[in-house]
Structures are given as structure tokens and as C-alpha cells.
Design a protein. Sequence first.
Length: 284
Amino acid sequence: MSAVNSKLNADLHCHSTVSDGLLAPAEVVRRAYAHDAELLALTDHDELSGLAEARAAADEVGLRFVDGVEISVSWGNDTSLHIVGLGIDPAHAGLRESLAYLRSGRDRRARLMSEELDKVGIHGAYEGALRYVSNPSLVSRAHFARYIVEIGRARDVKSVFDYWLGKDKPGYVRHVWASLEQAVAWVRNAGGVSVIAHPLRYKISRQELRRLFGEFRDFGGEAIEVLSGGQCEADTLEFARYAREFGFLASRGSDFHGPGESRVDLGKLAALPEGLTPVWSKLV
Ligand code: AMP
Ligand code: MN
Ligand code: MN
Ligand code: MN
């Protein structure tokens, strides 16, 4: 077996219109290829239905492709986490059923969010968000954010989260997603590797973050995103240290949602720091 190339231009986290991305799965693939990505995973939220189209497009252009998913998780006292599953079997019945169940709570949550937003003068948010949705089983806060920008109540998607949709903001609705243990088990049972997505994004202390890493590892989690879209070099080096300390494989993903909406484009991430085992050592 040849040595794993840790400098491979891998992008193992991004979204299409089957969740809250702006481009269709095939367009995501073609954009990644045009940006010189060498390995791509599509990781839509709680949804596998874009993978067949993405893989067909990847085969057509000659880009190596990994089937992925980003699972919504509730951890501890109302912390939402995201676990990326890489190399999963998209036909796995157990995973498909579990994700369908997870998605089934989204519509009700969206209606409740709309009711809360109505109380603060943002009217018609459910219908407004739906106009941005391609997959009716996957209404996300990102769709609400686009509507709120459209009606001029925030200047960009990020500000919507700061003022309206982030935790403890007026439009936030508490929701119970999968447990960490479930998410890791679903991915493992479907033949994949679990990755903690964008570990910097969670509003938890470093002490809690270490507890999360320990629990995740105990449940069988194997990797963390050392590189995620838009983080600075100091953050990357900090997560490289955690990867070494906890014995995690290192992943690299832009979390691209669409042109103009994401700080880092597909295939445009910095290189992994030295001395890490890339997660693609288990994928290619
Ligand atoms: P949901 O799964 O419905 O809770 O929506 C989560 C999605 O909202 C994430 O996947 C992002 O696309 C988006 N999001 C969450 N927080 C932010 C933020 N601070 N800035 C921009 N987008 C965000
Ligand atoms: Mn998203
Ligand atoms: Mn995420
Ligand atoms: Mn994501």
C-alpha cells in the first residue's frame, strides 16, 4: 500500500440543495473539480438523497468521491453538535430509517420557529423559508436566514444567527436531535467513519470540548475536523494538538453552502498541519 498523501486536496464537508446548500449535487461536484479538489465528500444535513447524483457527476469528471452525511446531534444541556459520517453506505436501511426519523421533526420545529418570529414582527417566515427549500423534508435555519435577509431584517445570513436564530435568540426553538452515541453507532453500522464537524463552532468551554472529545472517542468516534472553513491558523494548530492527544484522524472540510454565503470555497482550504494521520487513510 502506498503512503497516504496528507497534502491531498480533500474537501470532506459540504452541502447541496438536498439540505441547505445553494447548488445541486452535480454542481457542487463540478465546482469542486474546477477548484482542483482531489477527493470530495458531499455531507448534507441528515440526508443521503443527493449522493447518487453527486457520485455520477464525480465519475463523469473523474473526481474521487466519498459518500457522506452530517448528522444533527443534541449533547448535554441543549448543545447542538454536528457529526459527519464519511464512507457510509447510502443504501444502508438502518441509517436511512434513522435519518428519516431525524428529519421528521424538522417541519414541526420550523412552524414553531415561525410562530416565535411572528411575535417579534417577522411575519410569514415559514412560507418564506419554504421558498428556499428544495427538499421539503429538510427545512433548516439557513432557509429561514435567507428569507430574513430577503425581507431586510438582517444584512446577511451570519447576522440572522446573531440577532434572530442563534441559541437564546427570539426565533430559536429548542429541539432534540440524535444523541452522540446514536450518531456514532449509525455511522459505524453503515460502514463509515465518524468525524466531529467544525469543533470551534460550539459555544462550549475548552474543558467541555475535551469532555466531548473523550465521550466521542469512547463511543467509537475516530476523527475531528482539524481544518474547517474560515478558521485561523492558530485554531488549526490547536485542533491538530487535540487530534494528536486524543488519537483522532484529521479531517478537512470547507462546509461550503454556496457562492457568496461561505467564507471558504470548495477545494480552497489550507493544508493539514504535519504529523497527523488524515481521515482519508481510511477512505481511499
Ligand atoms: P439547523 O440544522 O436547521 O439547526 O440549521 C443549521 C444550519 O444553519 C447550519 O448548518 C448552517 O448552515 C446554518 N448556520 C448555523 N449557524 C450559523 C451562523 N452563525 N452563520 C451562518 N450560518 C449558520
Ligand atoms: Mn447548513
Ligand atoms: Mn454543521
Ligand atoms: Mn455543514
